[in-house]
Structure formats: C-alpha cells, structure tokens
Design a protein around this ligand. Structure first.
Ligand code: HEM
Ligand SMILES: *[C@@H]1O[C@H](CO)[C@@H](O)[C@H](O)[C@H]1NC(C)=O
Ligand SMILES: *[C@@H]1O[C@H](CO)[C@@H](O)[C@H](O)[C@H]1NC(C)=O
Length: 327
C-alpha cells in the first residue's frame, strides 16, 4: 500500500506536468490520483478482474487494449464504444471497424460490477475503466506499466458515422495512416509506437486477404503460403479465421518490429510503416531497442488515453456501461 502510494505521488507529479500540455475539453485536467480519495479500491478491483480474464484467455488482454483505442479515436476517450444499439439509437458497436471484431464487453461489465461493489456506489466512469483495463492488460501480458490519467466522464452519445470515419483502416497507405493520427493530434512517432500494440492479438482473414494474393511483393513467401491455408479465396470463405498479428500474440515484446523488418507483417497498414524513411528509421530503431519501445509505448499510451476526455460537469458516470443513465 505504501509502495503504491509512493508510486502514485511520483505518477501525479508526472501526470500534472503532462496535464499542463494536454488540457481536457472543459479545462479540468485528468489526474492519475483521481480515485485516491473517492475510492482507493477502484484500481485494484479493475486489475483483479483483468488479471483473471487474461489468465482464462490471454487474447482478452489484446481485445481490451483495442477497445480503449477504438473508444479514444472516436470523439475522445468517453466510453462511447460501450453503448449498445437500441431500436431508437445507433451506437458504435456495429460501425465498420468494430462489427464482428471488437470484443471484451462482458469483461467490462464484470469490472464495472466489481468496482461498484468495491466503491459501494457508482463513482468510477466506464471510460476510466477502459483506460485502466488497457494498462492492466498490457502489464498482464508482460508490457510496461504507467500511471493512467483518470477522471474521464462518460458520454451520453455515440456516433456510428464518426466510428466509420475516425478509426484507421488496415487498407490505408502510410500517408493515410499519418494523416489519421495527425487528425487525433498524434505524431508520426506515435503512429509507429502505438502500431506496436500489434505485438498482441489477432486479425481476421478478411483484414489481410488482399495481402496474401495481391501484395506478395512485400510479404515473405513462406508466411504467405501458410497464411493462404488459413485465409482462402474468394472473399466470404473463412473471413473470420484468425492469424496472430506477430509471432508471439500473447506476449508484449519487440517481435512486431522484427516481423515488419522481415516482410512478415500481417496487415497492409503495418507493412506500410517501412514504406518511407521517417517511419522506416523508427521501425529499425524499435526493432533493435525493445526497451526504448516499452518506454515510448507507455508514454504514447498516456497521450492516446488523454484524447478529448469529458471532465468536470460534462457527461456523466454511467451506472451501466452499455446504457446512458435514465434509459
Ligand atoms: C495504426 C493503425 C491501426 C490499424 C489500421 C489497425 C487495424 C487493426 C485490425 C484490422 C485488426 C484486426 C481486427 C479484426 O480482424 O477483427 C487489429 C487488431 C488489433 N489492434 Fe489494431 N490497428 C491500428 C492501430 C492500433 C493501435 C494504436 C492499437 C493499440 C495501441 C491497436 C491494437 C490492436 C490489438 C491489440 C489488436 C488485436 C485485438 C484482438 O486480438 O482482439 N491497433 N487492428
Ligand atoms: C458505417 O459503415 C457501415 C458499414 O460500411 C454502414 O453500413 C453504415 O451505414 C455506416 N454508418 C454511417 C452512419 O455512416
Ligand atoms: C486482388 O486483385 C484482383 C485484381 O485487381 C481483384 O479482382 C481481387 O478481388 C483482389 N483480391 C483478392 C483477394 O484476390
């Protein structure tokens, strides 16, 4: 307990410095110690459920990380991705990048129940749960820890159109990836570092089929041959079959960059990072310096995690992560 308080103190100084750079939508900064007084049991409760879920299924850590990314890239880290569609409301879950793809909603529900029990009430937002669960997932799979800035509130809306338009597609070329990240205030370096999230998890065949049959110039021949067995033509056949995004999908390591350097990226967008000098240099750097990757990934996660949060009196703290309060 003392150790974690000490960590939080240091983390708070760092978080405060970062907060001066990235100010929240209504001026109130996120704060790594936001729950220290309100509910010190909140973060440990989140961690426990994440660790259990990842022990049962390591891929869940990857899926929870991606949920946070897809939340933050659509009008900020506001829990909008968690809202269920209803007959009168269309949210983000069935947007093109998410449908039949993002997962982990049941785990988020279990975390919310555990946190509400530990805090004896509804004081922790679903958006903060996503941010903390992403960090805990990274750590559970061997990645770097970092202090998560907290104090986000939950949206009362979601946008399928924004989800269609704001989340980068795996068909994008390097220029499209760079401008997508720039539209979120993230740099070329953030693009290369955060793409390293693909050190974890899997992709469905539908997202890498073209690469196997039409892009063989930048794809290792033996990997292509074995992937074609998993992902046949024509489209429609085996669309949901899975392949790992790097050779060690349950371990946070530097293997992702090594794969790119050997023309073994699974996704077109990943291999594109070698298409021009600036990103190619960074891929080579992180491939050779896994410690630098860990450090820079943690820092970039804090930047991604801080995109356009609702704070202060905007938004709400949802009682049920799937529903706006009062419905
Ligand atoms: C740079 C642009 C990015 C593109 C084009 C992209 C695209 C994709 C695609 C197509 C998949 C497979 C989805 C499926 O087949 O169902 C995927 C999976 C994944 N992505 Fe990304 N992604 C990007 C950036 C990121 C970032 C920034 C993170 C986190 C920091 C991330 C984390 C993940 C993870 C962990 C998975 C595996 C999820 C699982 O196994 O459930 N991605 N991504
Ligand atoms: C989002 O994309 C899906 C799939 O392409 C499409 O069916 C849907 O109409 C789009 N939604 C909006 C609001 O543009
Ligand atoms: C590859 O390119 C051909 C010709 O442009 C196209 O017909 C086909 O749909 C593409 N994709 C696959 C998986 O073959």
């Amino acid at each position: 307990m003392m150790a974690s308080r000490g960590y939080c103190f240091v983390a708070c100084v760092v978080a405060l410095a970062l907060a001066l750079l990235a100010t929240a939508s209504n001026g109130q900064p996120l704060d790594a110690c936001f729950y220290d007084k309100v509910c010190p049991a909140a973060l440990p409760a989140i961690k426990t459920v994440v660790e259990q879920a990842v022990a049962v299924e390591p891929r869940m850590g990857a899926s929870l990380l991606r949920l946070h990314f897809h939340d933050c890239f659509v009008n900020g880290c506001d829990g909008s991705i968690l809202l269920d569609d209803t007959p009168s409301f269309t949210g983000e879950k069935n947007a093109a990048p998410n449908a039949n793809s993002v997962r982990g909603f049941d785990v988020i529900d279990r975390i919310k129940d555990a946190v509400d029990a530990a805090c004896r009430g509804n004081v922790v937002s679903c958006a903060d749960i996503l941010a903390a669960a992403a960090r805990d997932s990274i750590v559970a799979l061997g990645g770097p820890s970092y202090a998560v800035p907290l104090g986000r509130r939950d949206s009362r809306t979601a946008s399928q159109a924004a989800a269609n338009n704001s989340i980068p597609a795996p068909t994008l070329d390097l220029g499209g990836l760079v401008s997508n990240f720039a539209s979120h205030g993230l740099s070329v370096q953030d693009l290369v570092v955060l793409s390293g999230g693909h050190t974890l998890g899997f992709s469905r065949c539908t997202n890498f089929r073209d690469r196997l049959y039409n892009e063989t110039a930048t794809l290792d021949a033996s990997l292509a041959a074995s992937l074609r067995a998993v992902c046949p033509r024509p489209a429609g056949d085996g669309d949901d079959n899975l392949a790992p995004l790097d050779p060690t999908p349950a371990r946070f390591d530097g293997a992702y960059y090594g794969s790119l350097l050997r023309s073994k990226a699974l996704l077109h967008s990943d291999q594109q990072l070698l298409a021009a000098g600036a990103t190619e240099g960074l891929v080579r750097f992180y491939g050779a310096n896994p410690e630098a990757f860990r450090r820079d990934f943690a820092e970039a996660m804090v930047r991604m995690s801080s995109l356009a949060p609702l704070t202060g009196s905007s938004g709400e703290i949802r009682a049920n992560c799937r529903k706006v309060n009062g419905y």
